[in-house]
Design a protein around this ligand. Structure first.
Ligand code: SAM
Length: 213
């Protein structure tokens, strides 16, 4: 299977063909080998326009959704970014291409281990993963220039807003467990400005400031 060709087609049709226009984001998607982040049985679908199972009842999000959330953060290369929901590690790899340092939290240790292994194999040195409840953020390392939550939250966790820098951005799906609104939050002069982007469907964010089990 020619994964490079499939990747180019994915970027052209699913991302650039929609509203992903940030060249740095498109280049990151051309570079990162998405098929490395799924099991062998799913590799032939790794570049398809939908989410895929990654084990432990979790998913790697649709490429377009990963790209849209990434583009909303408007990264320039100097940022310290926090991701909640490492999952396969694919989004972390994309962020690592676009920011200075990435911190990522996953609550399921088997997924964190798998993600760490593939990210090591691919040579990423600017990604730090820990197993914990990401709804608490990562206080010792905060503040972050950008925070991305890749699971559905019942509301905007104030713990995360508090861990944003002045001018920082938070992107996350907010809503019920069957469908949510993708929301972009900007922290400016101590206040938050929220913008609704589009409807989306994510697995639930489970934790102290998310959903209970
Ligand atoms: N970003 C991932 C990727 O690139 O593969 C996809 C993430 S998947 C849609 C959502 C992930 O969030 C799951 O792996 C799930 O275990 C994790 N998750 C849910 N609640 C969490 C929490 N409170 N803290 C950390 N991770 C959490």
């Amino acid at each position: 299977m020619n994964f490079k060709e499939l990747r180019e087609k994915m970027v052209g049709q699913q991302l650039a063909g929609r509203d992903i226009k940030d060249k740095r984001v498109l280049d990151a998607f051309l570079k990162v080998e998405r098929h490395r982040f799924v099991g062998e049985e799913a590799q032939s679908s790794a570049y398809a326009d939908y989410p895929l199972p990654i084990g432990a009842n979790q998913t790697i999000s649709q490429p377009y959704m990963v790209a849209l959330m990434t583009q909303l953060l408007d990264l320039k290369g100097t940022e310290k970014v926090l991701e909640i929901g490492t999952g396969s590690g694919y989004q972390a790899a994309i962020l690592a291409e676009l920011a200075k340092t990435v911190y990522s939290i996953e609550r399921i240790s088997s997924l964190a281990d798998k993600a760490q292994k593939v990210l090591n194999e691919l040579g990423y040195k600017n990604i730090n993963i820990k197993v914990d409840d990401g709804t608490l953020g990562w206080q010792e390392i905060s503040p972050f220039d950008a925070i991305i939550v890749t699971a559905a939250s019942p509301e905007i966790p104030q713990t995360l807003v508090k861990q944003l820098t002045e001018g920082g951005k938070l992107v996350l799906p907010v809503g019920g467990t069957f469908g949510q609104m993708l929301v972009l939050v900007k922290k400016q002069k101590g206040k938050i400005d929220t913008k609704e982007i589009c409807g989306c469907v994510f697995v639930p964010l489970i934790g102290k400031y998310g959903y209970n089990k």
